[in-house]
Design a protein around this ligand. Structure first.
Ligand code: AKG
Ligand code: FE2
Length: 226
């Protein structure tokens, strides 16, 4: 499931982030990718060890914590600390699949990537190209969102970032290990959750909503991996 979550960061948060990102040292994005990805990855990233990456990553995580939609859609068990990238001068990232298992920082074990996330940190008119193109069984989906908006998509899907032919595309990206590994099950839970919320808002029969809520939790109990 591809899901667009608008307004994760405010205009003021974006402005401050961009100010510090513009002044930061960047490195070749191939530093954090395996051999397959390195062949097609042409961008820059904040170094993994950079204190700014940690600080801005914490701002992103705090913003996500305030987004019920993000939680309902991804059912996060753990999140890799957000990274930051930028593409300019024809920079792109060709079709690839994200690595399945990633190391968490400070020897904190590993994360299985179930959900991939891109948080756009610039407005679409700041650059030409730079669409995130996600390929799934329904075809190819092009995503280019306003600053502060997030797209989440299954890590199992082939995806690429189209060449940036004018200006610069700046984003934060990260991965989530979900309580529910399977994308179609996560989607069912999300749809069930969404309709329970709507029924609650519209004052539907309490006993029926309670029963549906029980179904949601019992499915989650059956499908969650821990
Ligand atoms: O820049 C993006 O939107 C996605 C980056 C990406 O696919 C990756 O780093 O694996
Ligand atoms: Fe990727």
């Amino acid at each position: 499931m591809l899901l667009h979550i608008p307004g994760v960061l405010s205009a003021e948060q974006i402005r401050r982030m961009r100010e510090s990102l513009d002044a930061a040292p960047w490195v070749d994005g191939r530093e954090t990718v395996g051999a397959q990805g390195a062949r097609v990855k042409r961008n820059q990233q904040l170094p993994d060890a950079s204190p700014l990456r940690r600080q801005l990553g914490e701002t992103v995580l705090a913003a996500l914590a305030a987004q019920p939609l993000f939680h309902a859609a991804t059912l996060p068990l753990r999140i890799l600390p957000p990274r930051f990238n930028r593409y300019a001068d024809g920079g792109q990232y060709g079709f690839h699949v994200d690595g399945a298992v990633m190391a968490l920082p400070d020897g904190a074990g590993q994360l299985r990537s179930d959900v991939s996330c891109t948080l756009f940190l610039g407005e679409p008119d700041e650059y030409e190209g730079g669409e995130l193109i996600v390929s799934d069984t329904y075809g190819e989906h092009e995503v280019k969102l306003p600053a502060g908006d997030l797209i989440v998509y299954p890590s199992s899907s082939l995806h690429r970032v189209a060449p940036v032919t004018r200006g610069m595309r700046v984003a934060s990206f990260f991965w989530v290990q979900s309580l529910v590994r399977d994308d179609s099950r996560r989607r069912l839970l999300f749809e069930l959750d969404t309709s329970i919320q709507a029924l609650t808002r519209t004052g539907a029969d309490h006993a029926a909503v309670l029963q549906l809520t029980g179904v949601y939790h019992n499915l989650l109990r059956q499908w969650s991996a821990t």
